[in-house]
Design a protein around this ligand. Sequence first.
Ligand SMILES: Nc1ncnc2c1ncn2[C@@H]1O[C@H](COP(=O)(O)OP(=O)(O)OP(=O)(O)O)[C@@H](O)[C@H]1O
Ligand SMILES: [Mg+2]
Length: 424
Amino acid sequence: MREQTIAALDIGTSKICCFIARVSDQADGERRPRVVGIGHQISKGMKAGTVVDMEETETSIRAAVDAAERMAGGSPIHDVYVNISAGQPTSRIFSVEVDVAGHEISQLDIDRVLVAGQETLKDEQRFIIHSRPISFSLDGVAGATRPLGMFGEKLGVEIHLSSVAISPLKNIQTCLNRCHLNLKGVVLSPYASALAALVPDERELGSICIDMGGGLTSISAFRDNELVFGDIIAVGGNHVTRDIAQGLSVSEAKAERLKILYGNCLSDRVTVRDQIDIVQCGEDGQDHAITIPRTMLTSIVSPRIEEILELVRDRIIETGLADIVGRRLVITGGASQISGLEELARRIFSVEVSPELRGDFHVRLGRPVSVDGLADATAGPGFSTCAGLLNYAAIMPDEVHALSMERAKPGLFSRIGVWMKENF
Ligand SMILES: Nc1ncnc2c1ncn2[C@@H]1O[C@H](COP(=O)(O)OP(=O)(O)OP(=O)(O)O)[C@@H](O)[C@H]1O
Ligand SMILES: [Mg+2]
């Protein structure tokens, strides 16, 4: 049983995290990563998932990777799987058909229809990061799971494509190269989080995963074990911290502490009698200790968390996602740890999300459950993306564009492969 070493790097707005893991083929075909090296560092040089200061980002990446390498035994890593949230990610399902003129469908036909799907994005200067067939159809009849060897006139595919603008990806690639790392694979952040936080049944039956991070909140949806939707909204837990700092005239560091210790997003759970001591920055530049009712903090935290959840809900309504994947919702990410979130999400999502699906959403909080070897400190919801990157790295051979690159020449992916080599 050959053991392989894989490495993941979550370049987040709040922290940069590196996991090194070993993975091998198990008798049941599962490839569950076992983490052997962990390094995480406060993220510098990043804003809302985008590199804004390359030198600072590079320093944070180096520190995180060094720590993980040391813990894993010292050998340097070269290839890493990285998440991307920048570059206005889009994720859409396209339907395309190709003529097969009544002959037996070969692998070449399947590749041809997949490439035709990928070609739908060719005019946009974007990089396709995920490309997965959701379902095939034969002569307009959907549901052909294995069209290979069947006969028909027209072969169709519903293909899910996720793409990002090229420049932000290029900036990440440059940062990695400066750290002597090779971008082995890039994964949409919400996709990675869902791979770690959803259990296999949830991915199979249909679920929505929300990752509330520092600067961003991302949404992904799975059905039949496939990613069918991914999106990112530029608000997260750091906005809550900033609201507290402004609303109570305290430093951001103190606001962060208040949020973690006393923050609650349910106003009816906190009574006026609850008091907290805070240190305000006064107009005279001096610090002043005062006591405030805890409801004051809740009245700042609650509207912002509500706003984030409502933005997510609106996106789900707009896209009709609940009709496709159902009413199961898993919330993860560092900011999901705010007290009262599960209950608030249940209330916000219980309003009518789709005409067919009335009633309650099933909401639970999620953390990485798909890898072994995480210590308590790194098994929390803030580490779902990094753990999910390992899962992606472990299952990577199934990716369709890897097949397309090899087989469907001259396909879009081979051209992008060449383009990446020439330009990066
Ligand atoms: N116990 C806690 N209670 C509430 N919020 C918390 C807690 N711990 C961390 N957070 C918040 O979680 C956020 C960071 O989450 P996370 O580590 O998932 O972000 P990130 O992955 O670095 O950022 P992003 O995904 O937005 O790029 C911060 O806003 C932080 O204040
Ligand atoms: Mg994150």
